[in-house]
Write a new protein. Structure first.
Length: 373
């Protein structure tokens, strides 16, 4: 399985990128949803609060408790209908008095106990939960509008401050059950984990299937003694397994690439056959480096080589040739090449296809000779 390390690394990298993108989109959508909820709360608050309420509060006038009860009840019903844990408005007057109206449980309102939730505060030394929230907002700046965890760790709150014409600072907020938010987050995590598991499992099964097929083919080749003793490449006998390889995969485009080394005869004649063998071995190493493990690389004999492999599209051959030329140039090796592309459904005469690729290689070799003359 070692030869598939690079493919597995690419899959894992793709999964990591998918996770980051998916989580980014999920969090962004959740924030958009919460901010849209905040805008709805603000609109509702502005609608139900009497227009003269702020002025009365600024002058320190008492407010009709029936009016307060009505506000509480409307806020509670709204919070319940919008699946909010709590929604509230805080009025902070220039005189230092603070008033808060919150959506509390309806049973408390029905029992007439809501008055204790209506905070009429003058003493700046006394802290309430609303003061704590206000300080948290002020730390974020006057234009702050966003999400934060409250001091009890139970809720996730949205708040928005603004100033009225009378100088009152109004804070409007809506609080969500934090457990509900965590359930949403865990649901998103499970979705990602499930998708990742399916992709990873599918990839592993595909790689394992290819590995098993190639393993069986290679075992058959080794059993029949189909490897070249000098280069370790397959010999001409391995051509008998091409049909099996082609049938093992879905219909695809296959490439037959024929190679012939240039100048081997001169090297053998002038520098000896050992140097000639090194020349052949050097080119064999280049073929192993450039082509994939699943490609069939053969030494047909002498200085002739054949590579048979599946390609995604015809333009890939140009990229392969460029890389081969680059590697050969570094090793001071020259070669001629001819190739033919055939759909797997049209492969019915392997010998004819190889002869055609050999013919194209020979044409390239003749062109080189003509240029040298």
């Amino acid at each position: 399985m070692k030869e598939y390390k690079s493919e597995l690394k690419l899959v894992l990298l793709a999964l990591l990128i998918f996770n980051i993108v998916f989580m980014g989109i999920s969090v962004r959508n959740q924030k958009k949803h919460l901010n849209a909820q905040l805008r709805k709360v603000i609109t509702f608050m502005e609608m139900i609060l009497p227009h003269d309420l702020h002025d009365k509060l600024s002058r320190g006038e008492e407010i009709d408790m029936e009016q307060v009860e009505r506000i509480f009840r409307q806020l509670s019903l709204y919070a319940h209908s919008e699946k909010l844990k709590f929604c509230y408005t805080i009025v902070d007057t220039p005189q230092g008095m603070k008033y808060a109206f919150g959506g509390i449980p309806l049973e408390i309102i029905d029992r007439g106990e809501f008055a204790q939730y209506y905070l009429y505060k003058v003493s700046p030394q006394e802290d309430t939960i609303y003061d704590i929230k206000r300080r948290m907002i002020e730390e974020g700046g006057d234009e702050f509008s966003g999400i934060y965890r409250d001091e009890f760790g139970k809720y996730r709150a949205l708040v928005s401050p603004y100033e009225t014409q009378g100088g009152n600072i109004i804070l409007i907020g809506a609080e969500y059950d934090y457990d509900q938010y965590k359930r949403w987050f865990m649901r998103e995590m499970f979705t990602i984990f499930f998708i990742n598991s399916l992709i990873l499992l599918g990839t592993l099964l595909m790689v394992f299937s290819i590995y098993q097929k190639n393993k069986a083919v290679r075992a058959a080749i080794i059993k029949e003694g189909m490897t070249d003793h000098l280069t370790g490449l397959y010999t001409r006998k391995a051509l008998d397994t091409i049909d099996e390889r082609i049938k093992a995969v879905d219909p695809a485009l296959w490439a037959f690439l024929y190679f012939d080394l240039d100048g081997l005869k001169v090297i053998n004649d002038t520098r000896g056959h050992k140097e000639g063998d090194r020349y052949i071995l050097g080119f064999a190493r280049i073929l192993k480096k450039v082509f994939r493990h699943e490609d069939l690389i053969l030494r047909l004999g002498g200085d002739e080589f054949l590579v048979v492999g599946e390609v995604a599209e015809s333009s890939n051959i140009q990229l392969i040739e460029e890389r081969l030329r680059r590697e050969a140039y570094r090793s001071n090796i020259e070669f001629s090449m001819g190739f033919i592309l055939v759909e797997s459904t049209d492969i019915n005469d392997i010998d004819r296809i190889i002869k055609e690729s050999d013919k194209r290689m020979y044409e390239e070799k003749q062109k080189k000779k003509a240029v040298r003359k």
